[in-house]
Design a protein around this ligand. Structure first.
Ligand SMILES: Cc1ncc(COP(=O)(O)O)c(C=O)c1O
Length: 452
């Protein structure tokens, strides 16, 4: 099982990355603790970048900053040839601060401010994907004011997947209308179709469905407008093989009867390489049939790139002995740090007792004073003792950005790279939590006594 994450187990039963015990890292860096697995991160990136289509099309990869905006993680990915996908002024600022050139940045999202659009146009970003029709006029106004011709993509919604506030429907014709509007603006370069379907894709069949819809729309753009799109951007959404959504039915069974939540079968999810290959081959084949040059193919992975490259180590703070055994174990990390665990199954492993028989079903609660702070109602573990370390797996996407300082400061983030362990982010201190507050000086001692 640890091999799914590129981890091993030491003879003494410790979950280890390149022979570094994850539980032992608490001695230096404290608990809870995020541990980034550099080797897994490099492997994931090279899987995304490795595919060469028959027509020698190589996919381009723009990491979705929102899913794990930790500078040390982002810089490692950028060093491997991965660009940046950003959705806010802050993320754009961060990408530029980390040295990502403007022509390696894709700007998305439904909430671009006018200032952010001006900034993006002024900097000649690689691609600005318009989310809804109203944005087109704002981008065009910025382009005129700045004397630029920005490269524009249109975010589309396919027949399955996210729609609502995200993009324009292909089926209802909104996407084509917006594409035409961009083309006729006179100041915008119609460059791309952008389709991020959302959710967790697991099969080639799911992927090929929306790729086919995008290709049909690109054909219509050619035939009706005479424009050959330079880029097809297929967004993210490939699942992490060891993570799955929890159905309401399973959640209720688990709460009522401690029934185990079914773990996903890792092989049931296509690999990163298969996913990239199936998209690249489909696009290449389609363009070969029309004798047109294959466009550039973009991916914007979040969870598939970093999800399984990070582990959240947590410690058992107390055990509730009043309940029938095994009862509750209270941990120093809960939904304050692992919000996704409310709706997703994540493996939770006994990080320092991997050889022990896992025969007991625990309810695992976090430290927050809320009945909702439950990481698992039915975690299969060995008999726990106070201080034991547990590893919450696949913590590398949507854990860090959703984390809060609810009653407890957020933890440090370290990276294990071979035998080297280095700090990526300091643990938050109490002072950090109130750093932006105006704190009045408390009254001097005598006054305080008088008040009492
Ligand atoms: C536009 C866009 N691209 C990429 C991603 C990354 O998605 P995932 O983490 O599912 O790969 C997201 C996530 O919501 C997104 O909105």
């Amino acid at each position: 099982m640890p091999a799914h994450w590129g981890l091993t187990v030491t003879p003494s039963g410790h979950l280890a990355c390149d022979s570094v015990s994850l539980a032992s890292l608490r001695e230096t860096w404290g608990s809870p603790l995020h541990v980034v697995l550099a080797r897994r991160l490099r492997e994931n990136a090279s899987e995304f970048l490795a595919v060469n289509g028959v027509g020698r099309t190589r996919a381009e990869v723009y990491y979705s900053y929102k899913s794990n905006p930790v500078p040390g993680v982002l810089q490692l990915l950028h060093g491997l040839g991965v660009g940046a996908e950003v959705i806010s002024e802050y993320e754009l600022w961060l990408a530029l601060k980390l040295g990502v050139p403007a022509n390696r940045i894709v700007f998305n999202g439904p909430a671009k401010s006018t200032a952010a659009i001006h900034d993006a146009v002024a900097r000649d970003l690689l691609l600005l994907n318009v989310n809804h029709r109203e944005e087109i006029d704002v981008v065009a106004a910025a382009a005129r004011a700045l004397g630029k011709r920005p490269r524009i993509g249109i975010r589309v919604a396919a027949s399955a997947g996210w729609s609502g506030q995200f993009g324009l429907s292909i089926g209802q014709g909104e996407a084509f209308t917006a594409i035409k509007q961009v083309h006729e603006s006179g100041v915008l370069q119609l460059t791309a179709i952008h389709c991020h379907v959302g959710g967790m894709l697991r099969s080639a069949q799911q992927v090929l469905g929306y790729v086919g819809e995008v290709l049909a729309l690109a054909d219509r753009v050619r035939s009706d407008l005479g424009v050959e799109l330079a880029i097809l951007d297929f967004g993210g959404s490939l699942a992490t093989p060891t993570v799955a959504g929890i159905s309401e039915f399973d959640r209720r069974l688990s709460i009522a009867f401690q029934a185990p939540i079914p773990a996903p079968v890792p092989d049931a999810t296509i690999s990163i390489r298969e996913y990239v290959r199936c998209v690249v081959e489909k696009v290449e084949t389609h363009y070969a049939a029309t004798a047109k040059q294959c466009p550039r193919i973009f991916f914007e992975p979040g969870r598939a790139m970093t999800g399984n490259a990070q582990v959240l180590i947590t410690s058992v703070l107390s055990l509730n002995a009043s309940d029938p055994k095994p009862g509750w174990a209270i941990l120093d990390a809960g939904i304050n740090l692992a919000e996704s665990a409310r709706s997703e199954f994540h493996h939770i492993l006994p990080a320092s007792r991997m050889h022990a028989e896992r025969a007991l079903r625990y309810r695992l609660a976090g430290p927050i004073c809320s009945p909702g702070d439950v990481l698992s109602w039915s975690a299969l573990l060995p008999e726990l003792a106070i201080g034991d370390a547990l590893a919450i797996m696949d913590a590398g996407a949507y854990f860090v950005p959703f984390a809060t300082s609810f009653s407890f400061p957020r933890p440090a983030i370290v990276m294990v790279d071979g035998s080297d362990v280095h700090l990526l982010r300091h643990a938050e201190t109490f002072e950090h939590i109130i750093a932006l507050d105006r704190v009045e000086q408390p009254p001097a001692n005598e006054k305080r006594q008088a008040l009492q």
